[in-house]
Design a protein around this ligand. Structure first.
Ligand SMILES: Cc1cc2nc3c(=O)[nH]c(=O)nc-3n(C[C@H](O)[C@H](O)[C@H](O)COP(=O)(O)OP(=O)(O)OC[C@H]3O[C@@H](n4cnc5c(N)ncnc54)[C@H](O)[C@@H]3O)c2cc1C
Length: 224
């Protein structure tokens, strides 16, 4: 019998979501999984298309227990997942763990696996959530943009998925070498990595009408 994992505010592990491989890295609390979801700009949605597996990357955002993504109304992906269960995978890579053997080398990461049933989002919620999406990417930007035209809203499909099952997994820290390898004269440690915004390149096709807002300037150097 697997050890009972206490979860105070999250997703008690199910047969499907219980992390078996290195279970000590498994996370099930909202407070542990949601920062992973919110830090990532993109996710990959896995589903069945004509009975065969396919995984499609897309941008996402979250509001409470609801995960959202959007795209063209013509998207085969979006059309085919409405009303169906999908698995969403998210990961951020934080470093390459260079052990003294290839076998013990690894990566530092934060990841989440989410399950839910997709529904189409329409009406006022769609408009509100489009702003929420913009705000996630560049806080304050939704107030600077013109309102969406009806035609643009029509050409956009938005999907929402209540997260019904979820697991997170984090690998951090240093090298876990086989003790026999500790005396090998090989450098070991972590090659740290991060994703960050690096600069603003103005659109050269249109005249510059104003300096970028402070909000945009503040994004430079922001770590994801
Ligand atoms: C950037 C990155 C690189 C990785 N590189 C490797 C690699 O090279 N080789 C390798 O074997 N593994 C790698 N992993 C770990 C991998 O994601 C799996 O956790 C691992 O392979 C065990 O798979 P399993 O099916 O045996 O997991 P199990 O523990 O049997 O999975 C059971 C359940 O645990 C949950 N779960 C499992 N893995 C994750 C996860 N990563 N995040 C959230 N929930 C999870 C899911 O709900 C899953 O259904 C990497 C992960 C990341 C994020």
């Amino acid at each position: 019998m697997p050890r009972e994992i206490p979860v105070s505010d999250g997703f008690p592990p199910s047969e499907r979501t219980r992390v078996r491989r290195l279970p000590e890295r498994g996370l099930y609390e909202r407070s542990e999984i949601y920062p992973v979801i919110d830090s990532a700009l993109t996710c990959t949605v896995a589903y069945l298309l004509d009975g065969r597996p396919i995984a499609t990357p897309t941008a996402h955002w979250r509001d409470g227990d609801q995960l959202y993504w959007h795209g063209s109304a013509a998207s085969r992906f979006l059309k085919s997942v409405v009303g169906t269960e999908v698995c969403v995978s998210i990961h951020l890579t934080d470093g390459i763990v260079l052990a003294r053997s290839g076998f013990d080398s690894s990566m530092n990461y934060r990841s989440a696996t989410l399950f839910g049933i997709c529904e189409e989002i329409t009406g006022a919620e769609k408009v509100t959530q489009l702003d929420a999406f913009v705000e996630k990417i560049v806080p304050g930007r939704s107030k600077e943009l013109r309102a969406s035209h009806d035609q643009e809203l029509k050409a956009t499909t938005m999907l929402g998925m209540k997260i019904i099952e979820a697991s997170g997994k984090i690998r951090d820290g240093s090298v876990h070498d086989n003790s026999d390898d500790a005396n090998e004269k090989i450098w070991a440690g972590v090659l740290e990595m991060e994703t960050r915004f690096t600069g603003l390149t103005p659109d050269e096709e249109t005249p510059v009408i104003a300096a970028p807002s402070q909000l945009l300037e503040q994004m430079i150097g922001k770590k994801i």
